[in-house]
Design a protein around this ligand. Structure first.
Ligand SMILES: [Zn+2]
Length: 484
């Protein structure tokens, strides 16, 4: 069954306003000229608006895009990624395309429409497209700009993480600055689910695999539930989760690759090992919880990936133990092995510089696990004062949507303002440190005894109840456990 049939025949998602019909409409049934949808010129300046219309072109890898805007002026449209723009025109006149990345406008006139042709670049593999390579953004659009995207039938079936309104996709304002992943092409299967109030758009791309769809779906729903439990109030209201079965080399986890994006809407793409079986998925997959946990926290600049990846890495093990996917002992062992592997990784530069350079240096272990070690230390400290890490972070980031980018200086200021100056101080130290945090004191109080690559748990340790509470998901340690 292809994607469009699937959209037509699946039952509706109970509490949503007919998303299936609406998505189908957006895919196939949008008529009318784009200009006609812009309001007539009023006496006062119109509110800023930006509308895209995407059509297929004579080559299956090309798309024709018309973009119209009003209520603001801009000198330039650019792709946030890639360089696939082939040509561009305004009122039939060719515009100069700058190295495939964008084009300049020569007049400050609105409303106006521009047409361009762009070569579709697969993101990771065919079936995924990074909207940054398709939709050129105007450089000077105000943050309040209302964006609507129409995908005509000739462009083929598409699923985005955006809200759907009267045949148009409506991204969140972060669309103007950042981007997300879409799924396109025939043969994909779309499943819509309400997961604790989050609209899950699960797309399974065509391809051979051993794991049945139902098992994959149940597993990803579970991962989403666990991730959302970290920040129910801040979690995105809808998430596109797309899975591509692929051949994967031995030694990789069953979901061998994951990538979360959030510009305009939350999406995660996963590459599933086509040979992985059900049991491996249940026991060995940490990637889905990790990627989905990212949306429980705000995004930060690349230099602070040690924090954002640290939270996701810490919780990928903790949450799976809480959800019964792995045992508490296994969660601690996996954390321990991660901490141990990070000891000798990296280039010895300050951690925030390491994070900035990790795609060149491959010092991922140090960045991720130094952050996870900080998360553990913070969690233990918070539990001793009756809180816990996810609760403190929920308060620190209260009111911030999942697609707001937060600077480090802002993060530590918020920690201080909420009474956690010690955590702010630790964050500054770890960030500028040239190694990884020393966990020996935390290990001793929690009763974690390193034996090389393995771990023994000492049940007579001072904070053994905190250790148990972390992987059980209890709110906090009882006051009797606070340090003497
Ligand atoms: Zn991550």
């Amino acid at each position: 069954m292809n994607l469009v049939d699937e959209l037509n025949t699946r039952t509706r998602l109970g509490r949503r306003k007919a998303p299936l019909g609406v998505i189908f409409f957006a895919l196939t049934a949008c008529g009318g000229a784009l200009e006609a949808e812009l309001p007539a010129a009023p006496s006062s300046p119109p509110p800023p608006a930006l509308r895209y219309e995407i059509r297929g072109a004579d080559d299956e890898h090309l798309r024709d895009v018309e973009v119209c805007f009003q209520g603001f002026t801009t000198r330039r449209f650019v792709l946030l990624e890639g360089d696939g723009i082939v040509s561009a025109t305004r009122e039939g006149q060719p515009l100069v395309v700058e190295k495939g990345k964008g084009f300049a406008l020569d007049a400050d006139v609105t409303p106006t429409c521009v047409r361009y042709r762009v070569r579709l670049t697969p993101s990771v593999r065919p079936g995924f497209v990074h909207d940054a390579t398709l939709l050129a953004r105007p450089l000077d659009a105000p943050a309040s700009t209302a964006v609507r995207i129409h995908v005509r039938e000739s462009a083929g079936p598409v699923v985005t993480p955006f809200e759907v309104d009267e045949g148009a996709y409506v991204p969140r304002p972060s669309f103007l600055e950042r981007s997300t992943t879409w799924v396109y092409g025939e043969g994909a299967r779309l499943l819509l689910r309400d997961v604790d109030g989050v609209e899950l758009r699960l797309v399974i791309l065509p391809g051979q695999k051993r794991i049945p769809d139902e098992v994959l779906e149940a597993h990803l729903v579970r991962s989403l539930e666990l991730a959302r439990s970290l920040a129910p109030a801040r979690y995105p209201e809808r998430v596109l989760v797309a899975v591509a079965p692929s051949p994967v080399s031995a030694g990789n986890p069953p979901i061998a690759f994951g990538l979360a994006r959030r510009g305009g809407g939350a999406s995660v793409l996963f590459v599933l090992d086509e040979d992985a079986d059900e049991e491996a998925l249940a026991r060995e997959d940490w990637v889905s919880v990790h990627e989905l946990a990212h949306f429980a926290f705000p995004a930060m600049p690349r230099s602070e990936a040690w924090l954002t990846e640290g939270w996701a890495t810490y919780f990928q093990e903790v949450l799976r133990a809480r959800g019964g996917l792995i045992s508490p002992e296994d969660a601690w062992l996996r954390l321990h092995r991660g901490f141990a592997k990070s000891q000798h990784d990296g280039t010895g530069r300050p951690l925030h510089e390491e994070a900035l350079a990790m795609y060149e240096t491959y010092a991922f272990k140090r960045v991720y696990w130094a952050g996870a070690a900080t998360a553990l230390e913070d969690d233990v400290a918070l539990r001793l004062r009756g809180s816990r890490l996810e609760e403190a972070l929920a308060r620190v980031f209260e009111g911030e949507p999942f697609d707001r980018w937060i600077e480090f200086s802002d993060y530590v200021a918020r920690l201080e303002a909420s009474g956690h100056a010690d955590l702010a101080e630790r964050a500054r130290e770890v960030r500028s440190g040239t190694g990884v945090p020393d966990l020996s004191a935390v290990y001793a109080t929690l009763g974690l005894e390193a034996r090389g690559g393995s771990l023994e748990l000492d049940d007579s340790a001072e904070l053994v109840s905190v250790r148990r509470a972390i992987v059980r998901g209890d709110a906090s340690a009882p006051s009797a456990l606070r340090p003497r």
